[in-house]
Design a protein around this ligand. Structure first.
Ligand code: SAM
Length: 242
C-alpha cells in the first residue's frame, strides 16, 4: 500500500487532484449514505439553533449546504478548506451563496468566541497537527458552543460486518476510486488514514484535553455499525488548553 505523508502540502495537493470526481465518488462508494450521515449530524448540531456555524475542511461544500438548510435564514454558515480547487468547486456549485474561504484549520483566521458551532466532516483525520487544529477550533467557538466531528474511526463493531466492510474498504474501494478519479494514492490513503486514526474513546479524550466537556457530556452517534461516527462536545469554559 502506498504511504501518503500527512504533511499539509501533500494532503492539499491530493485533495486538489480529486476534486472533479470527489462528490460522485463519495456518493457512489458509500451508496449514498454520506448524504444521510451529513443530514443526521446537521439536524443534531442545529437542534439548539446555532446562529453562526463554521464548517471546517468543507471540501466542495456538501456539509455546509446541509447545515445552511437546517439552520435556515436565521443562521449563517461560514466554510473553509485549504484546497484551492475544493473552494473553487464550492463557489461554482453554490454560486457563492455563503462565504467559502481558503484557510488551514491549524491556523484559523477568525476571532475568538465567534461561532456557536464548529463542524468538521471527514476532515480532522487528514490534519497534520490535530491537537493544534482542535485548539484553534476551540478558540473560535463561543462558550456554550459545540464542536461536531463526523469521521471514519477504526471499526470495533460486529466482527462479521467489520470483516466484510474492511474487505470492501481496503481492497475494492481503492480500485474503484483509482479508476474513476485516476488518482491512485487518494483511495489507498483513505483506509490507511482510518487505520492510523485513534479510537472514538481516545478521540473523546483529546477533545476533553483541549478543554471541551467531560466524557458524560460528549454525544457519540454511530452510523452503520460504526462505519461512520459523529462526536459532539460542548465548550463549557473559556481558556487555554488544560
Ligand atoms: C474528505 S474531504 C471532506 C469534505 C467535506 N467536509 C464533505 O463533507 O464532503 C476532507 C477535506 O479536508 C481538507 N483538509 C485537510 N486538511 C486540512 C487542513 N489542515 N486545513 C484545511 N482543510 C483541510 C481537504 O482539502 C478536503 O477538502
Amino acid at each position: 500500500m502506498t504511504n501518503v505523508s500527512k504533511e499539509s502540502a501533500t494532503i492539499q495537493q491530493m485533495f486538489d487532484r480529486i476534486v472533479p470526481t470527489y462528490d460522485f465518488l463519495n456518493s457512489f462508494l458509500s451508496l449514498g449514505c454520506d448524504h444521510y450521515w451529513r443530514r443526521k449530524s446537521a439536524i443534531l448540531i442545529c437542534s439548539n439553533k446555532p446562529e453562526r456555524i463554521l464548517d471546517v475542511c468543507c471540501g466542495t461544500g456538501e456539509f455546509s449546504r446541509v447545515l445552511q438548510e437546517e439552520v435556515g435564514d436565521d443562521g449563517q454558515v461560514v466554510s473553509c478548506d485549504f484546497s484551492e480547487k475544493m473552494i473553487q468547486r464550492a463557489h461554482q456549485k453554490y454560486n457563492s451563496r455563503w462565504p467559502f474561504l481558503r484557510a488551514n484549520c491549524m491556523c484559523l483566521p477568525f476571532a475568538d468566541d465567534s461561532f456557536d458551532a464548529v463542524t468538521v466532516a471527514w476532515g480532522i483525520r487528514n490534519v497534520e497537527k490535530r491537537s493544534q487544529s482542535l485548539h484553534d477550533m476551540f478558540c473560535v467557538c463561543k462558550k456554550g458552543g459545540r464542536i461536531c466531528i463526523l469521521e471514519f474511526f477504526p471499526m470495533n463493531a460486529n466482527p462479521i460486518f467489520s470483516r466484510l466492510f474492511l474487505f470492501y474498504f481496503k481492497h475494492i474501494l481503492p480500485i474503484i476510486g483509482a479508476i474513476v478519479s485516476r488518482e491512485t494514492n487518494a483511495y489507498t490513503y483513505l483506509p490507511q488514514s482510518v487505520e492510523e486514526f485513534p479510537s472514538v474513546e481516545h478521540f473523546c479524550q483529546e477533545l476533553i484535553d483541549t478543554g471541551y466537556t467531560d466524557r458524560e457530556n460528549i454525544i457519540v452517534k454511530q452510523f452503520m455499525f460504526g462505519v461512520c461516527v459523529m462526536v459532539m462536545a460542548t465548550k463549557t469554559k473559556n481558556g487555554e488548553i488544560q
